[in-house]
Design a binder for this molecule. Structure first.
Ligand code: PEP
Length: 265
């Protein structure tokens, strides 16, 4: 059995799929099974992250199957609490329904111009409001091919994960998502992901100390399916997965099931 010192997380990023009605239907299909799975194994947590407009609908479904460690997350938020920021949602709004917020996803960075500095401001606001940020980092294909992964990750960690207070840092989750693996069907190898994850943990330790680094959950993301999740979960330093495409299908339940099987083997 893999010895695990951190609760694993399987988070589903639904991206821009499922409005309130479809989201409620899909959540109604998967939540009973997910609830049963996570309640049978204390070492895993599952987080559903639908579009902002569908959070209420999924919250309702979750409330009819209240299970601890089956949680709701947003895909993004702004760092200000309120004000004239048309189209944005604030940390306090997210906190009403959610435990978690995904921040700095590569699609936010590439299509909406989010920088490490902005992601860091959002992460600080999330922590301040008691939210668990899942902060995404990862290198682009050309950076990977040029052998620049280490330097890209180093810079993203130093800038996106800066200035967290000592008492909030334990709530941080990082998702290592090589951009070339997102939505391409070409996942990283588990060994390759583990090497980068070890680097992230070491850099985090340099910033916040060994205890914080040991407590830090680092997920892998990029073309995870029920067919390959076990390879990642078999490695004790990989604390779970951020799942995109497969999270809007029933396969997500199988990903959670296979994760549990792997960590209890
Ligand atoms: C993601 O969007 O975070 C992601 C990992 O997507 P996919 O699983 O589809 O590669």
């Amino acid at each position: 059995m893999t010895t695990r010192i951190r609760t694993a997380i399987i988070a589903g990023n639904w991206k821009m799929h499922y409005g309130p009605e479809q989201a409620a239907n899909f959540a109604g299909e998967i939540v009973p099974e997910l609830g049963q799975l996570v309640s049978q194994h204390g070492g895993i947590m599952c987080i559903l992250c639908p579009p902002a407009i569908s959070l209420a609908a999924v919250r309702k479904v979750l409330d009819t199957h209240p299970v601890s460690r089956l949680e709701l997350g947003a895909q993004n938020m702004y760092f200000e609490e309120m004000g004239a920021f048309t189209g944005e949602i604030s940390p306090t709004m997210v906190r009403e329904w959610c435990s978690t917020v995904i921040l700095g996803h590569s699609e936010r960075r590439s299509y909406f111009g989010e920088t490490d500095e902005l992601v860091n401001k959002k992460a600080q606001a999330a922590l301040h409001h008691g939210l668990r940020p899942i902060i995404c980092i990862g290198e682009r294909l050309e950076q990977y091919e040029a052998g620049e992964t280490e330097q890209v990750i180093r810079s993203q960690v130093q800038h996106s994960l800066a200035n967290f207070s000592e008492h909030q840092v334990h709530n941080v989750v990082v998702a290592y998502e090589p951009i070339w693996a997102i939505g391409t069907g070409k996942a990283a190898t588990a060994d390759g992901a583990e090497k980068v994850i070890a680097l992230i943990r070491q850099l985090f330790g340099d910033m916040y100390g060994g205890e914080a680094a040991t407590a830090l959950r680092i997920l892998y993301g990029g073309s995870v399916t029920s067919a390959n999740i076990s390879e990642f979960m078999a490695l004790a330093d990989i604390d779970g997965a951020l799942v995109g495409g497969a999270s809007i299908k029933h396969d997500f339940v199988e990903i959670v099931r296979n994760s549990i099987t792997t960590i209890t083997m």
